[in-house]
Write a protein that binds this ligand. Structure first.
Ligand code: HEC
Length: 132
């Protein structure tokens, strides 16, 4: 009896391993997303990378209460576009001071602009990003 049970368990494990091997790239769930890849960093120097890291953190902690982060990364605005967006957002992220807002704006201008393809985001999030 014990032997049969362990055979069964082995079978289940083998099936799970098989499914994992055959479908290793199942669609990413929101919680599995790599925010570092999505909130990317074009900079290659140490100071530039530090600026990206800080900006990513500020954005994720302050800019995703009213809409999902997708709204931010799919818009490849030029400088004027980001200026306009930040003007419209003045009262919206009131907890951030001017220096912090300038900081994240310059990060967005450098990493999300018309010269770059938008980063890949899961289709189910793409569908929802206009829900505000
Ligand atoms: C208090 C709510 C609120 C917060 C916080 C907020 N937003 Fe928004 N955001 C909105 C609303 C409302 C819209 C849609 C109207 C608009 O485009 O101004 C929007 C739209 C956007 C868009 C899409 C604009 C377009 O034209 O499609 C971007 C990009 C964006 N927000 C970036 C940000 C960033 C960056 C932050 C953090 C500094 C932020 N948001 C924080 C309310 C908010």
């Amino acid at each position: 009896m014990a032997r049969m049970f362990s055979l069964k368990v082995t079978g289940v494990l083998a099936a799970a391993a098989f499914i994992f091997l055959v479908f290793p790239t199942a669609p990413a769930k929101a919680q599995d997303l790599d925010m570092k890849q999505i909130f990317r960093c074009q900079a290659k120097d140490k100071a530039g990378i530090a600026h990206c890291d800080k900006s990513r953190e500020v954005i994720l902690n302050n800019c995703t209460t009213c809409h999902v982060f997708v709204a931010i990364v799919v818009q490849q605005f030029d400088k004027a576009g980001w200026d306009g967006l930040f003007d419209r957002h003045k009262g919206r992220a009131a907890q951030l001071n001017d220096a912090q807002l300038e900081d994240i704006k310059s990060y967005l201008v450098a990493n999300f602009n018309p010269k770059l393809e938008p980063p890949e985001v899961p289709p189910e999030l793409l569908k929802e990003w206009t829900a505000y």
